[in-house]
Write a protein that binds this ligand. Structure first.
Ligand SMILES: [Zn+2]
Length: 367
């Protein structure tokens, strides 16, 4: 996650945010993914009442008869993710051996999975892009930034997202889709979203058709302790449904957040639905075009989804909310290390992302 001096959401910003479509969800049940929230349930959809009481919608059969997308997502492996997470979570400021190793891992992995690989050198940095063509040139991008600031391992930020992309790539590489899958490891997010900006600009220049860009930005940290989730000041005034849900949820930092623009609604809704199905609590914030362009929503534009939004490409940030729950953000209060993360949580997030991506890609079968 990019550093920001614009901490929190000031009340005037929050008023604007209130008009965004938004939804919270928390599903009961436990599919064995290890996300232990099987007790608190309830959901909010598109600004409706915060007490829809969605009862237990546990999904014990997830992966067995959950449809082709969910079946595919059931192949997500926590061990495989953890292996990559551990390899990436070393000091890796741009130009360092750790940075080179992460870049090389993205490239070699994508290649071994059968993707057409490009090291996209855009001047100051290098993105790694993998393409798996479908019948349609419409692209679905799943990405994460692999760089990090100096003197911090950045396990959550963003070795977790990068390892998530590698695992998603592994699982999705075995299926046949109508649309084209692009997987990407962005460089220099911490320097100002430079890698994703360069890619989005080039894609626009080439007339590429990007259906949606899904950005994994910190997916590894959770905390079941009540009161562990912070909320931007004034959020309750403008996101009453989400705030009400969070309050009922006792401010437990155990949910995943989806920050989407409304053009990405289909995929965002799929992310929420597939999260529900595996018992992963989630919150969805959907921004209208006006909100997306507003200078007052900086807090929601601090990662690699933002350059896509700026080019009118549908995009979604998948995040554990960064410093709003993780005190070790940029090693502020302690090391952002693998030992501080919850790998069952991350695996559940990757499952939801893979299922939503597979649906958007229009899964056709297995290779
Ligand atoms: Zn960061």
């Amino acid at each position: 996650m990019n550093e920001s001096r614009r901490f929190g959401i000031v009340p005037s910003t929050v008023v604007l945010l209130a008009s965004a479509l938004a939804a919270c969800s928390a599903a009961g049940g436990d599919d064995g993914a290890g996300v232990p929230d099987g007790r608190d349930s309830g959901s909010v959809r598109d600004g409706s009442s915060g007490d829809s009481g969605a009862a237990d919608v546990g999904f014990p059969d997830a992966g067995a008869d959950g449809g082709p997308a969910a079946n595919l997502a059931a192949n997500v492996s926590k061990d495989s993710y953890l292996h990559d997470l551990t390899a990436i979570a070393v000091l890796r400021p741009p130009g360092s051996p750790g940075w080179q190793a992460a870049q090389d891992l993205c490239a070699s992995r994508f290649e071994s999975l059968g993707f057409a690989v490009e090291r996209h050198a855009y001047g100051t940095g290098v993105n790694v892009i993998g393409v798996k063509p479908g019948a349609s040139a419409d692209e679905i991008i799943i990405s994460a930034h692999y760089d990090h600031v100096a003197d911090c391992e950045g396990a959550d930020d963003n070795a977790s997202g990068t390892a998530g992309v590698l695992e998603a790539a592994r699982v999705l590489s075995g299926a046949v889709f109508d649309r084209t899958l692009v997987v990407a490891c962005w460089d220099e997010e911490e320097a100002g979203l430079l890698g994703s900006k360069a890619y989005a600009a080039r894609a626009l220049e080439r007339g590429g058709q990007i259906a949606v860009s899904i950005v994994l930005e910190m997916i590894g940290f959770k905390n079941d302790v009540e009161g562990s989730q912070e909320m931007p000041t004034g959020l309750d005034l403008v996101f009453p449904d989400q705030a009400a849900w969070l309050k009922r949820h006792k401010f437990k930092a155990d949910f995943i957040a989806f920050v989407a623009d409304d053009f990405a609604h289909e995929t965002a809704a799929a992310l929420v639905r597939h999260s529900d199905e595996i018992g992963l609590p989630s919150i969805l914030l959907e921004l209208s075009q006006d909100l997306k362009e507003s200078s007052m929503t900086h807090t929601l534009k601090r990662s690699d989804h933002s350059p896509f939004w700026k080019n009118d490409v549908p995009a979604i940030m998948v995040t554990d909310t960064s410093e709003y729950r993780n005190p070790n953000y940029h090693c502020a209060a302690g090391p952002d290390s693998v030992a501080t993360l919850d790998h069952d949580f991350a695996a559940a997030v990757i499952k939801a992302a893979v299922a939503a991506a597979a649906e958007t890609l229009r899964v056709a079968g297995s290779e």
